[in-house]
Structures are given as C-alpha cells and as structure tokens.
Ligand binder design. Structure first.
Ligand SMILES: NC(=O)c1ccc[n+]([C@@H]2O[C@H](COP(=O)([O-])OP(=O)(O)OC[C@H]3O[C@@H](n4cnc5c(N)ncnc54)[C@H](OP(=O)(O)O)[C@@H]3O)[C@@H](O)[C@H]2O)c1
Length: 324
C-alpha cells in the first residue's frame, strides 16, 4: 500500500507514514526493515541512539538488491546524537552514520534533542547514550546555533537533503529561526491525545515546518521500558472515546490514533515488531474521521509527557521539554 506524501520546505517529498526503529532489536532489525519495505513502507526513522543503523541498512540493501525498491524510492531519516553537537563533530558522525546505513545521503537528518553533551569518541562507546559510562550526563558548551550551522553544512555537502529538529520547544525554535539559513524541514515530537501540544504544533505549522509525531499510542511504548508514569496511565486503546470511534469507523484504536494525526497533516512513524500490526499501521490515510471525532480525541489532552529521558534514566535534575 502506497502512503501519501507531504511536501517539505526543502522541496523534497516525505511519506506521511513511516516506520520507527527505536527498540527494534539488532538481531531482527534487518529482516524487519526488509519486510516493512515489502509491506509498502518507504520511510524509516532511525537514529544513532537506537543502535541498529548497520542492521537497518542491511535490510535496505537486501530490498534494493532484490529489486523491490531503488534508493531514491526510500526516505531515510537519522538523527544527530547529543554527544556530537560541537560544530566540528557533526559532519564526521553524520558520515559514520551514512556508512552504517550504506548510503551516500540521508533524506532527513534531525537534531535528536536540544541538549549538548560532552563528546564521546565513537571508537570507545557507540552509541554513547546519555551517560556514556559516567554516573551523570556531562554537558558541552555547544550552542544550538553552532550545531545548526554545522547541520546546514551537511545540506551544502549533499550529505543530507533536508535537516530538522526534534524535542524542541517553541522558544528554541523561535530563536533558531532568527539565524537559520535553512529553515528546519520537520519537527519531531511526542504527540498523542494525552499530549496534543496544540500551541507548539500551530506555531511550527505556520512556519512551514512539518510536524512528525512519535509515540502516537501514548504510554504503550514506555511500558516496554517499565516506566512508572506509563504503568500508572490508562492505555489509550481502552479509552471509551477512542473505542467508540474505532467501532464507528471500523478501524482499530491504533489506526484511529494514527489517523487523528495524519488527517491534520502530521506525519507518523509507528513501530511494530508484528507483521499484522505493521501492515495495519500503514492503512491510516485514505479514510476520514469526523471533525467532531478529531475534536473529541484532542480533548483528551492532559499534558502528560512520557519521554523525558533525563528524569527517567539518570540522577540528573529533570529536563524540562514542555512547549511553554
Ligand atoms: N525523536 C525522539 O526523541 C523519539 C522518541 C521516541 C520515539 N521516536 C521515534 O518514533 C517511533 C515510534 O514511537 P515509539 O517507538 O515510541 O512508539 P509507538 O510506535 O507509538 O508504539 C510502539 C508500541 O505500540 C505497539 N503497537 C504498534 N502498532 C500497534 C498496533 N497497530 N496495535 C497495537 N499495538 C501496536 C508496539 O508493539 P509491537 O511492536 O508488539 O506491535 C509497541 O509496543 C520510534 O520507533 C522512533 O523512530 C523518536
């Protein structure tokens, strides 16, 4: 099944539905990417931090070798990890990630978090994560401006066709737009009915920046990590509003949640290890929710954020990423 595309401000087309690679195990990743391509996925959302870029690239290589797709049919996304924010570290790590994927360019390369950590040599620990073996994260003095200028150079050198940001607040984006030579093509954020981020989304869409939603099913993905806040929150799939819309539309609750985003022009990148659910998640365009249903789902907003890594993984003070 082909997925609709959205035009980025860089002039390139991005599929509205992609496949997320976070928590896809190394040993199954190549096969999952290959199967996802066979199922119709053309966009893959990877990152240094996911630790599976080599394997994802193997899946892509197999699909290309078998003639299922050409490289230009695919939209490969990767992300700059926090330990590589210093201006002179951006290009070398991007080149390493490109080599891992076995490709000459990323379709989209994002700053993963607006948090600069001290450089960690990839030959020592890779991916370095938040702590790289230290008890607490160690920060770098790199400014976002320095990092963004280096990201822009990746476009100049054709290493990335489009560049973007992730987990940025309105204020950081406002500031970045004051000096950016290249406007971010996309903003990737946590977005589900418990965290609608209405003001942030309205602001960035007005700037011509496409929003990509991650963790579209809310707490579900964080249960895999045993996060306390996820365990204490009712699953969105069990919510009566979502259930009744799912029955009315004859779609699964997961599809309703994804359609709630795509119908408003927000890209989604669900991850599934299950072939049936993988196929299901691709069928989230081409049918519509009623306006009143979109509103009813949006009204579930509770400003509940599940992905707040520094507050969960480390003894460092909580890292506040709210939009305002
Ligand atoms: N930029 C960032 O900081 C950031 C942060 C988080 C995520 N992301 C990106 O966003 C992607 C997606 O987010 P996510 O991985 O957090 O979670 P997600 O896609 O919202 O949810 C994944 C969870 O939902 C289950 N699932 C998937 N499809 C389903 C369906 N149709 N019905 C029922 N259950 C279903 C999966 O289980 P099964 O696998 O068993 O199906 C898994 O437990 C990531 O893979 C990553 O690429 C980015």
């Amino acid at each position: 099944m082909a997925t609709p595309i959205v035009k980025l401000n860089s002039g390139y087309d991005m599929p509205l539905v992609g496949f997320g690679l976070w928590k896809v195990n190394k040993d199954t990743c190549a096969n999952q990417v290959y199967e996802a391509i066979k199922a119709g996925y053309r966009c893959f959302d990877g990152a240094c931090d996911y630790g599976n870029e080599v394997e994802a690239g193997q899946g892509v290589a197999r699909a290309i070798k078998e003639g299922i797709v050409k490289r230009e049919d695919l939209f490969l996304v990767s992300k700059l990890w926090n330990t590589f924010h210093d201006g002179d570290r951006v290009e070398p790590i991007c080149r390493k990630q490109l080599a891992d994927w076995g490709t000459d360019y990323f379709d989209l390369y994002l700053i993963h978090f607006p948090v600069a950590l001290k450089y960690v040599d990839p030959s020592t620990v890779y991916p370095p994560g938040w702590n790289a073996g230290s008890p607490e994260p160690e920060f770098s003095n790199a400014t976002i401006r320095e990092t963004w200028n280096a990201m822009e150079s990746l476009v100049d050198k054709s290493l990335a066709r489009s560049i973007g940001i992730s987990n940025f607040s309105i204020q950081l984006i406002m500031d970045l737009l004051r000096y950016a030579r290249i406007t971010p093509a996309t903003l990737q954020i946590e977005h589900h009915p418990y965290l609608t981020q209405h003001t942030l989304i309205k602001y960035v869409q007005k700037q011509g920046i496409i929003v990509t939603a991650y963790s579209s099913f809310g707490p579900l993905t964080y249960l895999e990590l045993n996060h306390k806040s996820a365990k204490e929150t009712p699953l969105l799939f069990d919510n009566p509003t979502i259930k009744s819309i799912s029955e009315r539309a004859s779609k699964t609750p997961a599809q309703v949640l994804l359609r709630w985003a795509t119908q408003r022009g927000i890209a989604v990148i669900p991850k599934s290890n299950n072939p049936g659910r993988m196929a299901q998640n691709l069928d989230v365009t081409g049918w519509d929710l009623h306006d009143s249903e979109i509103e009813a789902i949006s009204s579930l907003d509770s400003n509940l954020r599940f992905n707040d890594p520094l507050s969960v993984n480390t003894p460092a003070p909580p890292f506040e990423m709210r939009s305002f």
